[in-house]
Design a protein around this ligand. Structure first.
Ligand code: SF4
Length: 370
């Protein structure tokens, strides 16, 4: 039996980040941020491509100086993926990257100076139809709010958000999304829950400074998982002290686990034990690595023996169940062929790729008919 996701998403306004819709009925987008020196154009382009190939819908690039803005100009010309420019303090950088073709500005109006400067940026964003992300972060709360609340709290994050939103309200600018990040899960969840019930702008989710690959993945999965289960969140960024490509993979795994969005192979694998009839862990790792390029959603079971193998295999598009002297492959729930351990990975990969090709054809036909 396949369970559908019971999640009912919060209704939000839709904005466009380049050609990627965020909010409304749009799929939850996955994004990451480069960590190269932006002025190193070749390195930044290579990293944006790697992030996009891993499945990023949107990529953010830090633009801390006018030199970086000039580098952004060259990057923009060579990259089709929607780009967000991360800018603090200097409104002229925002105007520059807007001229060079940015798809979204991450900028907090309160930190770019007086109202004339804010107005100039907002007028420019309005003219060019560029959305803005307000990014509230517990680590950089305004000094008076730190004093008022004593320490970062959900209420302090929300008050800071309203302060930023008020600048846009005054200028009648609603083409924005908002994030309210803290490294503490409880604070982040409480802040997002509050703001989600009070405004209808799209929300960008993240647990900031979550940690390294393992610890940050766990923390982000719990924090974002709670919010996503609540139906909150229109775009996500998993912040890891790791290769940004990993952030995209983890983001997709989250959405796939919650059945909010699907991409690539969903592996169902047993942890293995002494009953295994082939090396489950090695086989699983090899298949996962070889099939990273697959985009079409497919369920593949890799189970070491007949205890759970047939049951799982019957639910998957393709299933491998360990057995002696041969392992059994299931296709669409029915036994199809047998494979020896010596040929297992190569042959099963071929069968998976052939199933992927078949699914791609089916999708093409559906698109052609619609
Ligand atoms: S499915 Fe079989 S091999 Fe895998 S963990 Fe269970 S009993 Fe062990």
């Amino acid at each position: 039996m396949h369970f559908e996701s019971p999640i009912k998403r919060r209704i939000s306004r839709k904005i466009m980040v380049g050609n990627v819709p965020v909010g409304g009925d749009a799929p939850i987008s996955v994004q990451s941020m480069t960590n190269t020196e932006t002025c190193d154009v070749d390195a930044t382009i290579a990293q944006i491509r790697a992030i996009a190939n891993a499945g990023a819908d949107i990529v953010r690039v830090s633009v801390p100086s006018m030199d970086a803005a000039e580098a952004f100009k060259s990057i923009r010309k060579q990259i089709d993926t929607p780009l967000v420019a991360d800018i603090h303090f200097d409104y002229k950088i925002a105007l520059k990257v807007a001229e060079y073709g940015v798809d979204c500005l991450r900028i907090n109006p309160g930190n770019i100076g007086n109202k004339d400067r804010i107005r100039e940026v907002v007028d420019c964003a309005r003219d060019k139809n560029i959305p803005i992300r307000i990014g509230i972060n517990a680590g950089s709360l305004e000094k008076d709010l730190q004093k008022k609340y004593g320490e970062p709290t959900p209420a302090a994050l929300v008050e800071s958000a309203y302060r930023q939103i008020s600048y846009f309200d005054e200028l009648d600018f609603q083409n924005f999304k908002l994030s309210l990040k803290a490294s503490d899960i409880f604070m982040t969840v409480a802040a997002y829950r509050t703001i989600a019930s009070q405004i209808d702008n799209p929300l960008h989710l993240g647990i900031t400074e979550a940690g390294g690959l393992r610890s940050g993945t766990v923390k982000s999965s719990i924090g974002l998982g709670i919010l996503l289960m609540d139906g909150i969140g229109d775009t996500i960024r998993v912040s890891l002290a790791a290769d940004p490509v990993q952030e995209i993979k983890v983001g997709w795994d989250m959405l796939r686990s919650l059945k909010l969005r699907n991409r690539g192979i969903n592996f169902i694998a047993c942890p293995s034990c002494s009953r295994q009839n082939f090396d489950v862990i090695k086989t699983m790792n090899q298949l996962e690595e070889r099939l990273e390029d697959v985009v079409v959603p497919l369920d593949v079971a890799v189970i070491g023996c007949v205890v759970n193998g047939p049951g799982e295999a019957k639910e998957a598009d393709l299933g491998l169940t360990g057995g002696t002297p041969n392992n059994l492959i299931y296709e669409d729930g029915k036994p199809s062929n047998k494979l020896k351990n010596s040929e297992l990975v190569d042959e099963f990969e071929k069968q998976i790729r052939s199933k992927v090709a078949q699914k791609e054809k089916e999708i093409e036909n559906l698109i052609a008919k619609s």
